[in-house]
Write a protein that binds this ligand. Structure first.
Ligand SMILES: Cc1cc2nc3c(=O)[nH]c(=O)nc-3n(C[C@H](O)[C@H](O)[C@H](O)COP(=O)(O)OP(=O)(O)OC[C@H]3O[C@@H](n4cnc5c(N)ncnc54)[C@H](O)[C@@H]3O)c2cc1C
Length: 383
């Protein structure tokens, strides 16, 4: 978008990774997109192939099977997936990466050695089980309960809107270990979906992200060992979730900025070709004004997203800054895609045009990874 633009954290090694990721997306993701959307989920094969290439958990330590690289590596891969219009695998992959980060950051050595190598190879697919039918924003008030038994816990409850819900093998699961407490009563568990009493409910029908499975999950007296508590101490779950959310929010900024670039490019190409009143649609002043604004917004978003990557690399991305990026870039993405779609006229409403799919897929970004209202609340606390 910007001539000769290169964030200063880019390296030759990251250039090579970008090429590798671009090839992988072109060969293994884009050709499967339509089929994944029809079947409502990705295949396991793409996870294993990504694992073989070492692009599934790029910034998890090599001691635990990751590639031992940095957040910039994850951001480059996320950018390539979004810039190619993927809204199937990249959603599940992002959740998988986030789950792995919880394990790396808060898990015991035994938990890290047991799970991270399998997550890095794609043998095991992970999900995050936080949201419940009663609410996703008010996580202190969750109802799913883990009761102490002699040598472990028994889990009862339900989760909803869970990405990778039907294909996942492992969940980072938020439960109440002490229902008398709010935040201090929340703990995270590493929950295996093969546990008796676990059941996947409906795979939910969504307006977009059709290739990413989003499910209801039920836990009917699931017996789990004490060693499945993430870390060794109960009551830390809420604080762990709050700490780790900046990672996810930084990725949303990267993703949405990449989608805007993609929307700009497909729209510019379309209006160059589309002839109306004897000339290209691009030659109408309104079209040029619209695309000039879109290009400006997309450029600002990209620079801000790259800045959040820089802060992540320095370890200085705070909640407020991550929240600014998450709400602003995701909101701009929806507005930009809408304006681009208008320039396609009726074609923009047809699903065979990528802009139509971008329009329905974009709408989730202001909602998940912490709603945009929550982001403004968090920024407000820093005022
Ligand atoms: C496609 C998809 C995938 C998802 N994947 C996952 C997943 O993998 N794991 C997972 O745990 N969850 C997942 N979610 C859930 C998502 O994180 C929640 O939908 C989100 O956190 C909002 O929670 P909610 O839907 O319960 O809305 P609610 O919490 O009921 O909020 C409703 C509205 O009220 C607003 N609101 C809330 N509190 C306040 C307040 N104090 N002041 C003003 N307004 C407020 C919210 O911003 C929102 O606009 C997914 C959701 C979708 C749609």
């Amino acid at each position: 978008m910007i001539e000769n633009y290169r964030p200063h954290w880019m390296t030759e090694e990251l250039d090579s990774l970008r090429d590798l990721a671009r090839r992988f997306v072109a060969e293994e993701v884009t050709p499967n997109q339509k089929r994944w959307c029809e079947q409502g989920a990705t295949d396991r094969e793409v996870w294993r192939k990504a694992g073989e290439l070492g692009i599934l958990l790029p910034d998890v330590s090599a001691d635990y099977g990751g590639s031992g690289a940095s957040f910039a590596h994850e951001a480059i891969i996320a950018h390539e997936l979004c810039a190619a219009g993927d809204t199937s695998w990249r959603v599940g992959k992002q959740i998988h990466v986030i789950a792995a980060h919880y394990i790396e950051r808060y898990g015991t050595e035994a938990q890290k050695h047991r799970w991270l190598p399998r997550l890095a190879s794609g043998e095991t697919i992970a999900g995050m089980g936080m949201t419940e039918p009663g609410g996703g924003t008010d996580l202190q008030n969750i109802r799913t309960r883990a009761e102490r038994t002699g040598d472990g816990y028994r889990i009862h409850g339900a989760k909803t809107f869970i990405t990778n819900g039907s294909i996942g093998d492992l969940l980072v699961l938020a439960v109440k270990t002490d229902p008398a407490e709010r935040a201090k009563g929340v703990s995270l568990f590493l929950f295996e979906t093969s546990t008796p009493g676990f059941r996947v409910g409906r795979r939910l029908e969504k307006i977009g992200l059709h290739g990413s499975d989003t499910c209801e999950l039920f836990f009917d007296g699931c017996e789990v060992p004490a060693a499945s508590l993430l870390g060794e101490v109960e009551g830390r779950g809420f604080y762990q979730m709050m700490q780790d959310l900046t990672y996810e929010r930084a990725l949303v900024s990267v993703n949405c900025a990449a989608v805007m670039e993609y929307a700009f490019k497909v729209t510019r190409d379309y209006v160059r070709e589309r002839k109306l009143f004897g000339k290209a649609l691009l030659e109408q002043q309104n079209t040029r004004f619209q695309l000039a604004e879109v290009k400006t917004i997309a450029t600002l978003a990209r620079v801000f997203a790259d800045f959040t990557v820089e802060r992540m690399l320095e370890g200085t991305l705070d909640t407020s800054l991550a929240s600014m990026g998450k709400w602003w870039v995701s909101e701009q993405q929806c507005a930009v895609v809408d304006r681009c779609l208008q320039l396609f006229g009726g074609h923009g409403y047809m699903l065979e045009y990528p802009i139509a799919r971008m329009y329905i897929d974009a709408r989730i970004e202001p909602i998940y990874a912490g709603s945009n209202e929550t982001m403004k609340d968090l920024i407000g606390r820093s005022l």
